[in-house]
Design a binder for this molecule. Structure first.
Ligand code: AMP
Length: 644
């Protein structure tokens, strides 16, 4: 095995001591040693021009940067247990692509589990793995765990900093006020080896990079860090809203990471505005806010009784309609910063209602594995949003995915579900080759594969993206959907298979009473906050076609059995975060699923190949089912959940 050309110590030193002024990324490719490790050019994040220049350079030099990223990752890690099985200790892109397999989580899970149980992390990464990031994707019902290194926090900071100049390009004066950006930490646990296991955002907010961030005049939050870091989500929400209301005249943008979280905050406001305004009136924080950090900082923000402000809030919030409430409470708001692409698109109309038409801005596309891309046109409409992958974040490859109907087969099109499975068939072929970032083609669909600085090699993220254009030489992608996910309300991702397993457990209960479940489907009902899963069940008595008499207690038990059988992210959202409401079963009259089939066929599905879609997204199809509902039942208890 040949020696690694860049020693790991040198790499570390270069990374941490790099303090040059803004760099031309061209220099990186000319071998500037300062730029080598992690390839993060240094610049002042308050300097918009420097930030834009970095983005231009990064997107202009995609091919060279990707080459260098791969070279650096491989050179650093060639002697890890994982890679040395495939490579002979040196960098050779062709050998890498030929011998290192494209993998799913199940393939790397044994390595992750070894690290969680105390093995040295250098089995996958030369840089020590300092924590495991619990993803909202699950494996065997539990969150997948992604490796993370200390250095990777700098990569995330670099990425966040780049969002600022992009926003400033489109919206003026963001340094003349604050952001009411509602951020939350989630529960965390320790693995047997003592590593923290927690969601990526919790990890970031708890890091030095966030807590000791340098002042950036474009990024001043109304929420003091103590309120963000409070582990009691109710106290955190209450305090952040209180601070946001008190500083309402300074707020220029509002938001949360995902649309679902922001809507949950609006619902919380609806339920708690009287108490919030009473605190503002008296200048005294409610006694149930017992977190010492929160009490202290919120008392400082409240400062003194503000009866006029309390009157105004009460006046606005007591109005019958909450249409446009955001603009009324925070009159200087220029936009709402929430991700509304992917499964979050279902919240666009509700957000539009509350916002009174403010732009909805999805700034970035990221995951526990890696931060991927930035929306270079932040004011574009949600359905037009594309993300430009930032080439120094990871080495990106793409598995071509066939578009629906490309092979001539007919797929059920009424809800956009079946086509996903059909696409997947294509990518599962052994011989499918990946395409590089610079080689993707406009209009084509791909599944994203990443090789990261943190120990993932040719890892299938599970996201399907479509190429919509280019910024300089960097391709831009629309998020199409996540492989295999049919239902999602918040960060939960339920697959058709998960749903089938859960329904199978619940139907045993009615079967023992002589009742058969003859068909089912589902949809994510987000018409109320929080949203909830709805299952449509067509039931019949054994031996005849009659609708059986249903005992509500039994049906409620079916609802909770489904919930108990869903994965731990669903159960956490439902029990701990309260971001998902009780699951509902709607029993439909006999013949309903025939009517659904007729509808799908009328929309172009082939009668021969028709399969009942297990999740419905089309409004018309939902109406067909809803108009035939004969009984509704809700889960009466939240499912079991504990941090793992
Ligand atoms: P997690 O691993 O729990 O952090 O979830 C990451 C996943 O969330 C990604 O792989 C995507 O499926 C989804 N996601 C993240 N950002 C976006 C976005 N901007 N638009 C659509 N989906 C997103």
């Amino acid at each position: 095995m040949r020696a690694c050309p860049i020693s790991c110590t040198a790499v570390k030193q270069q990374f941490s001591t790099c303090s040059r002024k803004p760099q031309d990324v061209n220099q990186m490719t000319r071998g500037n040693p300062c730029q080598l490790p992690g390839m993060l050019p240094n610049y002042d994040p308050n300097d918009n021009e420097a930030g834009m220049k970095i983005l231009e350079d990064l997107t202009e030099n995609v091919e060279q940067i990707q080459q260098r990223v791969l070279e650096e990752i491989i050179t650093r890690n060639a002697r890890t247990d994982y890679l040395k099985g495939f490579l002979d200790g040196q960098f050779d892109k062709q050998v890498f692509k030929k011998t290192v397999p494209v993998v799913n989580y199940e393939d790397i899970k044994p390595y992750i589990e070894r690290i969680a149980n105390g093995d040295s992390s250098n089995i996958i990464s030369a840089e020590p793995i300092i924590e495991l990031l619990t993803s909202s994707g699950t494996s065997g019902g539990l969150p997948k765990m992604m490796p993370s290194t200390a250095e990777d926090l700098h990569r995330k900071t670099f990425f966040y900093n780049l969002l600022v100049p992009v926003m400033n390009k489109y919206v003026d004066g963001l340094d003349e006020g604050k952001a009411m950006y509602l951020l939350f930490v989630k529960p965390e646990t320790k693995t047997p080896s003592g590593l923290m296991a927690r969601p990526v955002l919790t990890s970031y907010y708890k890091s030095n990079n966030f807590q000791n961030r340098p002042f950036n005049r474009f990024n001043v939050y109304t929420s003091p860090d103590e309120t963000i870091l409070c582990s009691d989500s109710k106290q955190s929400m209450y305090c952040q809203l209180l601070c946001g209301l008190v500083q309402r005249q300074e707020v220029l943008r509002v938001g949360a990471v995902f649309a679902s979280a922001f809507l949950r905050a609006i619902k919380f406001l609806e339920d708690n505005w009287k108490e919030l305004s009473s605190n503002i009136r008296t200048g005294h924080v409610s006694d149930w806010i017992t977190d010492p950090g929160c009490r202290k900082v919120v008392s400082l923000v409240l400062n003194k009784p503000k009866p006029e402000l309390a009157d105004l809030i009460e006046h606005e919030c007591s109005s019958k309609s909450w249409e446009g409430i955001i603009k009324k409470l925070w009159p200087r708001t220029k936009y709402i910063e929430v991700i509304v692409t992917g499964s979050m698109a279902q919240y666009v109309s509700t957000l539009e209602y509350y916002s009174g038409g403010l732009p909805l801005v999805s700034t970035m596309y990221a995951s526990s594995e890696c931060y991927f891309g930035i929306n270079f046109k932040p004011l574009s409409k949600p359905w037009d949003v594309s993300y430009t992958l930032i080439p120094n974040m990871a080495y990106f490859e793409f598995l071509p995915v066939k578009k629906k109907n490309e092979d001539g087969a007919q797929y059920v099109q009424c809800n956009g579900v079946c086509k996903e499975n059909c696409m997947e068939k294509e990518t599962e072929k052994e011989d499918v080759e990946t395409v590089e970032l610079v080689d993707v083609k406009l209009g084509q669909y791909y599944e994203l594969v990443v090789t990261t600085f943190t120990g993932l090699y040719r890892y299938r993220v599970g996201d399907i993206l479509m190429v919509t254009g280019f910024h300089n030489k960097a391709p831009q992608f629309r998020f199409v959907h996540r492989r295999n996910v049919v239902l999602s309300i918040d960060t939960d991702k339920t697959s058709e298979e998960d749903l089938l397993k859960a329904v199978t457990k619940a139907k045993v209960i009615v079967e023992s009473l002589g009742i058969l479940l003859i068909e089912y489907t589902s949809y994510a009902d987000t018409s109320s906050i929080p949203g909830h899963y709805v299952l449509f069940w067509e039931l019949t008595s054994k031996g005849n076609n009659h609708l059986p008499v249903l005992d509500p207690k039994i049906m409620e038990h079916c609802c909770s059995t489904v919930e108990e059988s869903l994965d731990s992210v669903y159960r956490r959202c439902r029990r701990k975060d309260n971001s998902i409401g009780p699951l509902e079963i709607r029993v439909v009259q006999h013949g309903t699923f025939d009517a659904l089939m007729d509808f799908c066929v009328s929309q172009g599905s082939s009668v021969n190949q028709y399969k009942t879609p297990r999740c419905i997204k089309s409004g018309e199809a939902i109406n067909i089912l809803d108009s035939r509902v004969v009984a509704r039942f809700f889960s009466q208890k939240a499912p079991f959940w504990e941090p793992v």
